[in-house]
Design a protein around this ligand. Sequence first.
Ligand code: ATP
Ligand code: MG
Length: 468
Amino acid sequence: MKILVVEDEPRVRDSLVELVEELGYVAFAAGSVADARDALSRAAPDVCITDLGLPDGSGLDVVRAAKAARPDCAVLVLTGKGSILAAVEAMRAGAHDFLLKPLKPALLASSLARLAEHWAPHPAARPEPAAPGRLGEMVGRSPAMREVFRLIARVAGSEAPVMITGESGTGKEVAARTVHALSRRAKGPFVAVNCGAISPHLVESELFGHEKGSFTGAERRRAGTFEMAHGGTLFLDEVTEMPPDLQVKFLRVLDTRAFRRVGGNEELDVDVRLVASSNRDLAEAVKNGSFRSDLFYRLNVFPLWMPPLRLRKEDIPALASHFLSQVEEKERRGFTALSDGALNVLGRYDWPGNVRELKNAVHRAYVLSDPPTVPPEVVEAVLGAPHAAGPAPAAGANEDAWPSVPVRVGEKLEAVERKLLIATLQAVNGDRRTAAEILGISLKTVYNRLKQYDLDHPALPGGRPRGS
Ligand SMILES: Nc1ncnc2c1ncn2[C@@H]1O[C@H](COP(=O)(O)OP(=O)(O)OP(=O)(O)O)[C@@H](O)[C@H]1O
Ligand SMILES: [Mg+2]
């Protein structure tokens, strides 16, 4: 493996080069962005380790140049404790990981060893998934889910922490598992921790493990979550529920990438990829102080929003069939499909419990039906009542009850506009005229945008009728 070291401080640079060579790799050095560009084109290194502050520019320029020269070049960014934000930005620009200064040789060694070992990306992480409408265990063919698939396939191959947000039941955990399954760590463990459910007095031992006899009841040595996830992915489920003192401990481990078992002296290295999830408004949790902003920035390197099912009703038929085959696989009662009528009923419902609610509804309908199909009446019964969309609210009416759309810095205006348009149409049951009024644009503009964003499809309420 060829490694380029970019660092302006000669002493640090020399010792890094020496260290890299001692580890058995070929090293090149550069002291500025210009030198780095030159070395990148001459040597085409596999890995580039760069400082962030350089005399003629920023390490970000090096990240971009490295990725431009060779998209599969892995860039490691060196950063001080005070510049985590800059490191996060570097990861957004395509950096693979960051290493905290002063650099621990053992950490560099393990990072490089992992890169060397897993050099080739997992085949499934390449774009163009084999079966359209699927990514790993995930099913979906709506534009919104295709975008989610594209983002997952893209981020999976990096080491960047992923922050998955979305309403309950939208598939945050299955998305986290997919990130893991498509990553270089796929053969390693996937360990999920529910951050709200760890009992406060067992927190330390849960996360870090303990040595035999370290406290009453500690009869044998036990590995903690971090240790169990070593070499794999640690999924921090409901991360905003993490108690404040645990957030501090967590941050410390993330910064030093090392920890000790309770009652232990040995420093253990942490080699985990972090994926976190939350169904709360993260910005709000940071603002009201319940979630530390420094931890937020460390985890929110790559945000991923799982859209609610009501905004991607085109996914319902594929999901429903998928869940039906799952039950059929187990029960083998001879079901072949849901009836068209049943799919219609499913499509008219709003799914406050999202995909999980759909999965449960299909399961119940399966139990209540006779093979080979599920009839519409059964689905109606399962969903409580024959569902029809209510009358469209007038513009200006009960605005407080309207849903909101998450928007983050880094998103294209066009994407934001698209989301808002979808959400507004959903809120008024597809009434384009009311939507135009609410959005303060002409009806003609609404139609133009729908066309532009390829949204004039049957699944949006008020769209072309389902082809039946
Ligand atoms: N796109 C999808 N394709 C197939 N199955 C899905 C998809 N999305 C969700 N599911 C299934 O729906 C159920 C709920 O998903 P999951 O547990 O990932 O949701 P969640 O967002 O983590 O929910 P919560 O916020 O309540 O924890 C799971 O059984 C999951 O396998
Ligand atoms: Mg979950």
